[in-house]
Ligand binder design. Structure first.
Ligand SMILES: [Fe+2]
Length: 363
């Protein structure tokens, strides 16, 4: 059984690394005390930051290293090969997205990345046996992440003070979106110029995200939506869980969907001198598993007595379709009252994001 020292979950405010690290092992062990202990720590982390580093979560470091090797193997293929797998329906999250094809920046900024998403719901994946049985590996890893997500969802029920079985039944079959991201080498000058990012500031829009990052760094978190980003330093053997928009809406702002972005990694002067002002920053790989409830789930805020709902209800699948369509610059589906309602909620989401960008920056 993993252990949690008292120092593990203490937010280290005022440092470069202010996030709690929580062992998930007591939850996986299944005792009521262990489950409650983990849920309490997750509540503190999600209420205050929306962001936690998880360790002892049932996927080994060697499996994580293999995942990064597989991600690099995929992205090392020629562009023409990857383009044959190009994602053609954002709502199904299967296939390849080239650099520049997607952006969630309300001000039209540019994110420099490419990604492949895996659910194997169509043929937009490497064929059977191709790339050393790449798709067979991806299916197995996807399943592992879905199992972990299911445990995390049960923990979140406890965090929200709900019956875990009831909550899981309401969420239905969780829908995972496995995204293998490659941030290609990019000119230092590009990232130092206006509105160029590895990923622009955004919040994730599902229930929650499991995130794995390599050792390069550059991920930054705006904990309080005040424009003051802090580094979310990579820690071997951990993944991050970040609360996403649906969970924030569902918890009526009890849990925070945190803004984050990926910028140039923090490098030493010696490293910067070696790169030079006209040089390129190193490539970075990260992998996200975006977790969504089933499509029909109604995202209706759970309101405490005496409180008012902060959000209008909307259907999870329509919410997701509207956001992906917007990010891929496609028409937003508006054929049903549920789609119209979700589009209204999504419009508001982008308006709020744009307003945050306009706020004066707190240093
Ligand atoms: Fe994100």
């Amino acid at each position: 059984m993993g252990s949690i020292g008292p120092a593990d979950d203490t937010p280290q405010t005022g440092t470069e690394f202010p996030f709690p690290i929580v062992s998930f092992q007591p939850f996986l062990d299944g005792t009521p005390e262990g489950k409650k202990e983990v849920a309490d720590r997750l509540y503190d982390a999600f209420h205050n930051f929306g962001w936690v580093y998880l360790k002892d979560f049932g996927i080994s470091q060697s499996e994580i290293e293999e995942m990064f090797r597989r991600s690099k193997q995929f992205h090392d293929q020629p562009t023409e090969w990857k383009e044959k797998l190009r994602l053609n329906d954002p709502s199904v999250s299967q296939g390849y997205t080239a650099d520049g094809a997607e952006s969630s920046d309300p001000h039209g900024g540019r994110s420099h990345k490419e990604c492949y998403e895996h659910r194997k719901v169509n043929e937009l994946c490497p064929a059977e046996g191709e790339l050393d049985d790449w798709t067979a590996w991806a299916n197995t890893f996807y399943k592992k992440l879905l199992d972990l997500a299911s445990h995390v969802a049960s923990a979140l029920a406890t965090v929200l003070g709900l019956d875990a079985d009831e909550f899981r039944a309401q969420l239905g079959q969780l829908d995972g979106q496995l995204r293998l991201l490659h941030y290609m080498p990019v000119a230092r000058k590009t990232l130092e110029s206006g509105r160029n990012f590895r990923i622009n500031p955004h919040t994730d829009y599902g229930l929650f995200t499991l995130l794995f990052q390599d050792s390069v760094g550059g991920l930054e978190v705006d904990r309080f939506h005040d424009g003051k980003f802090v580094s979310a330093t990579p820690i071997p053997g951990t993944c991050v869980i970040n609360v996403a928009d649906i969970l924030q809406r569902l918890s009526n702002d009890g849990l925070r969907s945190t803004r984050h972005r990926v910028m140039a990694p923090k490098l030493s002067q010696k490293q910067l001198d070696a790169i030079g002002p006209d040089g390129y920053l190193p490539a970075r790989y990260s992998t996200a598993f975006f977790v969504h409830p089933e499509r029909n789930f109604l995202v209706d805020p759970i309101v405490k007595e005496g409180d008012k709902p902060h959000y209008e209800p909307c259907v999870a699948g329509c919410w997701r379709d509207a956001i992906t369509a917007k990010n891929y610059r496609l028409p937003i589906p508006m054929d049903t009252p549920e789609q119209v309602q979700a589009a209204k909620c999504v419009d508001l989401r982008y308006m709020m994001a744009a307003n945050i960008e306009k706020k004066p920056r707190v240093i």
